[in-house]
Design a protein around this ligand. Structure first.
Ligand code: PDD
Length: 289
């Protein structure tokens, strides 16, 4: 069951008029929120980022956080599966085609839930492959815009050669992946590119840095060059749907010894533990309240 403009319905029955500005201009923003044990993960952070994206495109937030929470709860209830991922999509609504913002038009609000599938054990054991490309996107990559054509084209470069992700560089510096954030490990130090308008501020990125901080894993947030990535001991990819994944092949060169590294294994285990404790705690609270 999906949510569209205030109503729940089967996805087959959900339609949007062709003049929706999302369809015509890609004029909208979105969020992807993982749900574990039927609880949204880091909901406040996701809603804060949604607000940032809406501000970035000058669209009013249609709901308060409390209303979002209630609607998302309803979406989770109306869908099966303990682990889901919520996809929220807001466009500037339906209006005659004109680049200028329309007046007195309601936004289109669409939410769906899909099963959240963990990366396979094989992939976690062997690692994934990635390629590199020049980051040719716009310079508001901090806005989670639905106009994803550059990301789609960049990601397809990876798909074409059976790789999992395309790692992007702007002026020789690492930004992120086509649909993920990227970390590297150099001499046992976890390196993360600093948040800026050139990358999406990932929620999983924040979790990984918090885990590093809380567990005395040395880390640095700083610009990372393309050369540093090419000779990294480890490369890690993070996203809400993929969690943490090791990249063990870059182009046709093994990363480090070509196997998932020690820091990946540690952070992956910490992430699973964090998720389990946090989510279990919430479920226990829910049952006892
Ligand atoms: N994408 N950078 C880009 C360009 C992304 O599209 C994503 C996530 C991330 C990671 O952010 P987070 O950890 O908050 O998921 C970074 C989602 C999953 C998607 O578009 O499906």
């Amino acid at each position: 069951m999906i949510y569209l403009n205030g109503k729940f319905m089967p996805i087959e029955e959900a339609f949007v008029p062709v003049l929706d500005r999302g369809f015509i201009f890609g004029d909208g923003v979105y969020e992807v929120i993982p749900v574990y044990s039927r609880q949204p993960f880091r909901l406040t952070a996701h809603l804060k980022r949604l607000q940032h994206s809406l501000d970035g495109i000058r669209l009013n937030n249609p709901f308060s956080n409390d209303v979002w929470k209630k609607i998302l709860e309803q979406v989770i209830i109306n869908n099966e599966g303990e682990d889901q991922y919520l996809y929220l999509h807001i466009t500037r609504g339906v209006a005659k085609r004109d680049h200028a913002f329309p007046e007195n038009v309601l936004p289109t609000i669409f939410i769906m839930s899909n099963p959240l599938l963990q990366p396979s054990q094989e992939l976690l054991k062997s690692g994934a492959s990635a390629i590199t490309a020049v980051d040719n996107r716009w310079i508001r990559c901090d806005v989670k815009a639905i106009s994803l054509l550059p990301n789609v084209l960049l990601r397809q470069l990876a798909v074409d050669v059976h790789a999992v992700e395309t790692i992007l560089f702007r002026n020789g510096f690492l930004t992120e992946g086509a649909a993920s954030n990227i970390f590297i490990v150099k001499e046992e130090i976890l390196l993360a590119p600093p948040k800026s308008n050139l990358m999406l501020p990932g929620i999983t990125y924040d979790v990984v840095l918090e885990l590093a901080e809380d567990n005395q894993i040395p880390y640095e947030i700083r610009e990372i060059t393309e050369t540093e990535v090419s000779i990294a001991d480890e490369i890690l990819l993070t996203s809400s749907t993929k969690e943490i994944m090791p990249i063990t092949l870059l182009g046709n060169k093994p990363v480090g010894d070509g196997k998932p590294g020690e820091l990946f294994k540690r952070l992956h285990a910490l992430y699973q533990e964090y998720k389990a404790t946090r989510m279990r705690e919430q479920v226990t609270n829910r049952l006892t309240n």
